[in-house]
Design a protein around this ligand. Sequence first.
Ligand code: SAH
Length: 451
Amino acid sequence: MVPLPARRALLAAALGPAGRGRLPRHHAPAAAARPFSGAGGQEEAEGASRATAMLRHLLLKLRATGPVTVAEYMREALTNPGQGYYTRRGGIGESGDFVTSPEISQVFGELIGIWYISEWIAMGKPKAFQLVELGPGRGTLTDDILRVFKQLASLLSKCDVSIHLVEVSPKLSEIQALMLTGGKVQSNPEDDSAYMKGVSKTGIPISWYRDIQDVPPGYSFYLAHEFFDALPIHKFQKTEKGWREVLVDIDPDVPDQLRFVLSPSSTPATENFVQPEETRDHVEVCPEAGVIIQRLACRIEKDGGAALVADYGHDGTKTDTFRGFRNHKLHDVLKAPGTADLTADVDFGYLRKMAQGRTATLGPIKQREFLKNMGIDLRLQVLLQNSRDTATHEQLLHSYDMLMNPKKMGDRFNFFALLPHHRLADPDKKHKPESKSPLPPVAGFGELLLK
Ligand code: SAH
């Protein structure tokens, strides 16, 4: 653990002392105005033709093979290599379909950057670490974190830091490359598991991969912000005859329209994914999330590090959360596949279970608690003191409200962490990870910071 005064110093050093003002950001933060403007006419037209292409593809598939699972439908709609939503559009930000915390305020990424530095110190300042982000979107979060690393360059001077981005979308990886390196990247480097490589504007090597398995082993800090909610889910419904899987089929009454149907009998997924002790009558399970958490837990157990997961979700209590977003409005998940973001709440209870005890887990705790513990209030005060114009003041207060208000993102988003057992074990009971002794604090998860 970093002692309290050291933490306070860390925050001040990373974010600039009081009176210094906000760190320069290379692009304007999201404007305060809401509601968001929709996509332009040309984009609408492109969207419509893509919808037709994706729908045509799905109709052909359904005619050939019969109904598909919701997971298969979601995978096609989001990441089909030709027409998937993320492959082609991935509309993050005000002019897109949905906005995320890092896009709302630079403070979000800065505090996450401090979380990693704080854990790096707490774990004895290892000589090297990889920061591995899953689903980096526009690259904003990593950009904000890299600015904190630059600010703390003297602290990190003896540490070999590298960035590893896991991204399936060619379009978004291009946007990330532009944001992080100014576009100076090498595609398909020889003898490398990465599909793209570059160097950040702050001089740190960055590599891109399609799969977490391609990221080289080594001491790593993992980050997944609004990543797990984009992974395909299976949906199950309890009926009088037992559990049935929800499938997607062609509506026989309306041409070129899709509908949900129930499998006539149980499916392999029903057998494997619905727990015998389940008490809900509708369940969503994301096996891909389970596999990725298992991989992260194995890697952390073997090579060290930590994972921070932030997303909307629940602890194994919610039922039907599958939904679509287009132009910042709810969108029918079966309409115009490929043109809307499809998402489902993350089941943190399932993620905890999938870590299979290989690592300790912390959370989920609400975003507003996590950010408060990380010192967001102090940061806001410093930024307000250092800006004189009303528009910036309003923007700062508005973005703080978006992130922290319980009715907005404050209560809806959660933070969850995987950490090596020894990080949390009581020093006197180091070899008894099963010990129920009070946990030494990890930044953000306890009321320990800046009090
Ligand atoms: N973390 C960003 C973006 C969230 S959107 C933010 O908070 O702003 C989800 C991101 O995950 C996108 O970058 C999308 O292209 C990526 N993604 C979706 N499915 C993926 C998969 N199976 N493997 C890797 N990346 C994926």
